[in-house]
Design a protein around this ligand. Structure first.
Ligand code: SF4
Ligand code: SF4
Length: 447
């Protein structure tokens, strides 16, 4: 694709990068076939190619974002299916991230929209605020229909997604060390994140048990949110601040006792941490440290694939529908590792038809675009239920919450199944829903 940026525009490294990306697009349109919004809406402007044209036009003319551009960019899930399909290697993720930041800087959203976004950006990354907000949301759940009728569909979506009860807090706070329970084979940091410790602390607990059981020392050194949620809302300064906080915390560990890897159990966050090197490439103080962190970042399934896992329990016969989170399959190109891990330890793993299509979760998307998110969830759940699985496994808390809101089939994290099969307790979501309810005693978390 030809571009016509001026030399002055190209002096901005973000525009120079956008120019490089735009020039790789050959307009072939292959990406449209796998784009969830194009599949649902059939509008070229809701396809990757259409959005690329809109972004090009906006940036080349150095124009503030228009309501039309915002509508179509907001509808993009950042699922990155288009990047998997594109034969030309167009880095759509960096392009749309830049477009979202441009929108945030140049477009005045309607007041309710602005308030809602500010609220999400403030509450979601903060464990305490999120916990309090979810407690309040439980009381507001019966009024979800009323909010929808008043035109406040995002508020209604938030209430519907809020869990009916909140689990106990993730063990401890601040820097925590979990020594290995077997001869030491490595040392890793685990990102606890922001949403996961509040609504599903069992995921990180399971990951720590699996790792320590196999001789891996785990340190929790992070500072909560990795910045992913606000990054996808175009709030670049907040996202970069969060990234710098994490990098400082992990750099202290790397330069102290050393780290073999930085593990992430939420693949949406993992994609962002793996991109820190790019996001901070022009920051003289952080560029090298950010790149070092990104190179160490691994999804939990990616790391466990390199370990010889002991099998303590035979889950033969348990049918798992594996939902491949977009951030894992498209963002990190990890498609086979989680399935192979589950198969190796005895689960019967089934691929979900149309597995390349997003479930509609996508960070805050299911709250900000509830109608499209609902349609995508219904399609996803329909495809999953055809498989008649005993359980649904996914590697991303966002997908788990989104899918669980549309089905009675238990939804667990891949790490919870691996923990269970290698000697940990039965995942809570499974207890009482299968023939056997003989849950193993919880393995105490080493501190
Ligand atoms: S990221 Fe997903 S929703 Fe957005 S253009 Fe690409 S395929 Fe479509
Ligand atoms: S598949 Fe790639 S090259 Fe073709 S239109 Fe889409 S983004 Fe452009």
């Amino acid at each position: 694709m030809q571009t016509s940026f001026t030399l002055a525009q190209l002096a901005d490294p973000n525009i120079a990068e956008a120019d490089r990306i735009l020039r790789t697009c050959v307009h072939c349109g292959f990406c449209t076939a796998t784009c969830p919004t194009y599949v649902l809406l059939g509008d070229e402007l809701d396809s990757p190619r259409g959005r690329i044209y809109l972004i090009k036009d906006m940036l080349e003319h150095d124009r503030p974002a228009s309501a039309e551009v915002v509508k179509h960019i907001d509808r993009c899930l950042s699922c990155l299916a288009c990047m998997t399909t594109c034969p030309s290697g167009v880095h759509y993720m960096h392009l749309v991230d830049h477009a979202r930041a441009h929108i945030e800087n140049t477009y005045a959203r309607p007041r309710v929209d602005r308030l809602l976004r500010a609220l999400l950006a403030r509450v979601l990354p903060n464990n305490d605020l999120l916990r309090r907000a979810l407690a309040a949301a439980r009381l507001g759940k019966p009024f979800a229909g009323l909010f929808a009728a008043l035109g406040l569909k995002p508020v209604a979506a938030m209430l519907r997604l809020a869990p009916a009860r909140l689990p106990a807090k993730f063990a401890g706070s601040g820097r925590r060390l979990f020594p290995p329970c077997a001869p030491r084979r490595g040392r890793v940091a685990l990102l606890t994140g922001c949403v996961s410790p509040v609504i599903a602390p069992a995921i990180n607990a399971a990951a720590i048990r699996v790792l320590t059981r196999h001789g891996i020392e785990v340190v929790v050194a992070d500072e909560g949110c990795c910045g992913s949620l606000v990054h996808h809302m175009g709030r670049a300064p907040e996202a970069l601040s969060a990234a710098r906080r994490q990098i400082d915390a992990w750099s202290a560990e790397i330069e102290g006792e050393g780290l073999d890897a930085i593990l992430v159990t939420a693949s949406g966050c993992g994609t962002t941490v793996k991109d820190y090197g790019y996001l901070l490439r022009t920051d003289e103080t952080y560029a090298a440290k950010a790149l070092r962190v990104s190179r160490l970042a691994k999804d939990i399934s990616e790391y466990l694939s390199g370990l010889e896992l002991s099998s303590e329990r035979d889950p033969a016969g348990l049918v798992v529908a594996y939902h491949s989170a977009c951030s894992l399959q498209h963002g990190q190109k990890i498609a086979r590792a989680p399935k192979e891990l589950l198969c190796k330890i005895g689960f019967v793993v089934k691929d979900v038809p149309e597995g390349h299509l997003c479930c509609g979760s996508a960070g805050t998307y299911n709250m900000l675009q509830p109608e499209l998110a609902r349609r995508l969830r219904e399609r996803k759940v329909g495809n999953i239920e055809k498989l008649k699985p005993d359980v649904i496994a996914a590697g991303n808390i966002g997908c788990m919450t989104q899918i669980a809101a549309g089905t009675v089939i238990p939804v667990v994290h891949t790490a919870e199944l691996i923990d269970w099969a290698t000697g940990g307790p039965e995942p809570e979501a499974l207890a009482g829903k299968r023939g056997s309810t003989a849950a193993a005693a919880p393995v105490a978390l080493a501190k």
